[in-house]
Design a protein around this ligand. Structure first.
Ligand code: ADP
Ligand code: MG
Length: 697
């Protein structure tokens, strides 16, 4: 279809529009800001604002908004119209450079983890010219960073941009040392694969748990789950296909290169992947994708569930963060390439990633921790909670031969000497697949697979960029004063040292096996099983040092974020607990009572007929009454424990209590309720069942 190229990006103030709409010198100045991170003058901003407004109004926009990413993990927006009254009851459409550059939302209700209390109540949004503005629902969206009066970051974009700059600086420096002098900058790239569920809107509305918590807190498995593995890559149902079609088009209009779509493993589960982009654009696009997914779903009578574990007993949803580094000259630094010289560069960057993941595995684990993701990690459907790297047989053999100074045989079994000067030659894309590894090399990029489906991809990329910047920085310190003639030897030595020190993080086997848990422990790898377990690593000295050294977070920014994460965890489970109690008291127990009553009526009637026995009815009544009593008692305990939790003051202790006590209470209730659900007649179950939701779309 030829109209797609015209449609693509039609709602984006992209480079082409800027070139058409802006005076030449303004375009040049803006481009310099975008490409080289230079300061933007107000007169340039004014000219851009005028062009932006004209373009937006031409496309039907009446409002603009500074779009930002507060620490809630979602996005925020406040819309202002372009209108400006000029007397006589008339208005003109206006938008100034000042309004473009800076916004001042009354942001006192966003989480700040105490930062704003200590500093200022005000928050500012600042235009991020490196992520293009776009139009959505009649509003011009301007991507912005969000910070406090004194410059503390209150969002996810600011530290992300800082981490990209740190990596840029360190990567460029090391490339220059390696003799690659024409590289001016290095950007990280990300392609996030997004999983989601589609459920019918009518079913959704009848399930309080889905409405309030995004996941089902009750629900017995139907006779069929995902055991036949017939949904993965299966034919799309027409309703789902229509949804995906419109979703693609809406994303394309917004300049989001949606590329791949398919059914996933669980029934009613699907996936969408775009073509990768520069990290901060990819982060914005992923937020926007999740938003558009929900909106389009609504139009099609669906609700799009992005929770990590909407249904017990079948797979939950994750997000794969494909990550690499690219130079401004267009070289993917994680592409093994074909010549030994390129291999040196590749191996340096590969080792930088391996070292980073080993040194900061705790932070990577932290970056994907959430109440929702706790249901997946380590549950044999997502990667294990232990962070390790899958390299594949070939790369592992390459590193092995460097370490031992032996011959390396590549895929074609051609022997190659791995002497000091010539590093081994190997072919890319011979990596086999491993689905259980949290961090896998996939030919020319790494795939971090531990992310939950609803997570902003900013967090994991902040950690990844910063940790790799730190590795590169330590390499630089070792190589910067080396004579050119010794460089090859020294690089080789450095690679070998790094292999010896960090090979413990490499694991190509089955991450689901019990042996791996033991083996990982013997290797000294971290195994943080839950969010409250891992959150304290955020404030560990070594991690604070890392972030402070690279100017990603100040100490107080870390402490505030740590507080928010703890609070957020407790609040999430608190809401779940309240929702469950409500469903039990107002829906489930009454249903159980109704059914008991019905059976009792039958039993009573039967007593008048001497030739029939009411034995089975009485047995059933006993069973139902027992469930009723136990569930009621457990619910009382849940309510009491929840009240106790509310009285707790230490946020780490509170989070731990929600994990160890409240979640256990909820599970105990669910176990009995799900047993009972299987006995209650279909028409008496007070909400749509798993079978209704998962198989009748
Ligand atoms: P899979 O087989 O795991 O589904 P794909 O080959 O479909 O993987 O790619 C998954 C994602 O990886 C896509 O979003 C793709 O654009 C992205 N990707 C490819 N190359 C890079 C790169 N150099 N940097 C970041 N992401 C990349
Ligand atoms: Mg993948």
């Amino acid at each position: 279809m030829s109209r797609i190229p015209e449609m693509y990006g039609s709602l984006v103030f992209n480079e082409k529009v800027m070139r058409d709409k802006l005076p030449k010198d303004v375009f040049k100045a803006l481009k310099k800001t975008i490409d080289k991170n230079t300061h933007l003058e107000l007169d340039v901003a004014n000219a851009v604002a005028i062009a932006m407004k004209e373009w937006a109004v031409e496309h039907g926009a009446t409002h603009f908004t500074h779009w930002f990413q507060p620490l809630t993990g979602t996005t925020a927006e406040k819309h202002d119209s372009f209108i400006n009254p000029v007397g006589n009851g008339e208005v003109i459409m206006e938008f100034s450079g000042k309004e473009l550059i800076k916004g001042e939302p009354d942001a006192s209700s966003f989480p700040s983890g105490g930062l704003r209390a200590t500093f200022e109540a005000r928050g500012y949004t600042a235009w991020d010219p490196t992520s293009p503005a776009f139009i959505k629902d009649g509003t011009l969206y301007i991507p912005t960073a969000f910070c406090s009066y004194s410059g503390e970051a209150l969002d996810k974009k600011t530290p992300l941009l800082r981490s990209m700059e740190a990596l840029n600086k360190e990567a460029t420096r090391i490339l220059h040392v390696l003799g690659n002098k024409d590289v001016e900058s290095v950007a990280t790239t990300v392609g996030p694969e997004q999983e989601y569920f589609l459920v019918d809107k009518e079913d959704f509305k009848k399930r309080m748990d889905l409405v309030f918590t995004g996941r089902t807190l009750l629900g017995a498995m139907p006779p069929k789950g995902q055991e036949m593995e017939d949904h993965y890559f299966g034919t799309l149902k027409p309703r789902v296909a229509a949804y995906m079609h419109e979703l693609d088009e809406e994303l394309w209009k917004l300049g989001i290169p949606a590329k791949t779509k398919h059914n996933e493993v669980a029934p009613a589960q699907h996936e969408l992947a775009p073509v990768f982009d520069t990290t901060n654009v990819a982060v914005d696009h992923n937020q926007l994708t999740m938003d558009v997914m929900r909106k389009v779903a609504d139009k099609h009578g669906f609700v799009c569930l992005l929770h990590e574990k909407p249904f017990d007993g079948i797979n939950g949803s994750g997000k794969h963060n494909n990550w690499s580094m690219t130079t401004n000259t267009g070289i993917n630094l994680l592409d093994p390439g074909k010549t030994p010289a390129e291999n040196i560069q590749f191996l340096v960057f590969l080792m930088a990633v391996i070292k980073a993941v080993d040194d900061y595995a705790d932070l990577l684990r932290l970056s994907v921790a959430s109440a929702g993701n706790d249901h997946r990690l380590g549950a044999n459907e997502a990667p294990p909670a232990i962070i390790s790297i899958f390299l594949g047989d070939e790369l592992t053999a390459v590193l092995d031969s460097i370490e031992k100074d032996t011959f390396f045989k590549n895929a074609q079994s051609v022997a190659m000497e791995t002497g000091a000067a010539v590093l081994p030659h190997f072919m890319k894309d011979t990596t086999d697949r491993n689905r259980t590894s949290p961090f896998a090399f996939t030919g020319n990029k790494f795939e971090f697979r531990s992310l939950g489906s609803s997570l902003s991809v900013a967090g994991p990329n902040i950690v990844l960029n910063t940790a790799v910047a730190e590795s590169l920085n330590s390499f630089y310190e070792k190589l910067k004063d080396v004579d050119e003639k010794d460089l090859c030897d020294k690089v080789h030595e450095l690679i070998r040292e790094t292999i010896v020190e960090h090979k413990r993080i490499i694991f190509n086997g089955n991450g689901y096996s019990d042996e791996w848990v033991k083996e990982a422990e013997a290797r000294g790898l971290y195994n943080y099983r839950s969010t409250p377990d891992v959150l304290p690593v955020f404030v560990a000295d070594k991690n604070v040092d890392l972030f402070v050294k690279h100017h990603i977070y100040t100490k107080s920014e870390i402490e505030s974020r740590y507080e928010i994460l703890l609070e957020n965890y407790a609040k999430t489970i608190h809401i779940e607990a309240k929702t469950l109690s409500d469903m039990i008291s107002h829906m489930f127990l009454p249903a159980l009572m109704n059914y008991t009553d019905k059976v009792m009526t039958v039993a009573e009637k039967k007593q008048h007929i001497t030739s029939v026995s009411s034995k089975s009815e009485i047995k059933l009544i006993e069973k139902l009454s027992k469930w009723y009593e136990s569930i009621d008692e457990l619910n009382d305990k849940l309510i009491a424990d929840r009240c106790y939790a509310e009285s707790m003051t230490d946020s780490l202790e509170t989070a731990k209590y929600y994990r160890s006590t409240i979640l256990q209470d909820m599970e105990a209730i669910r176990k009995l309720a799900d047993e009972a659900e299987e006995v209650i007649p279909k028409d008496m179950i007070p909400y749509p069942t798993y079978a209704d939701i998962l198989f009748y779309v």
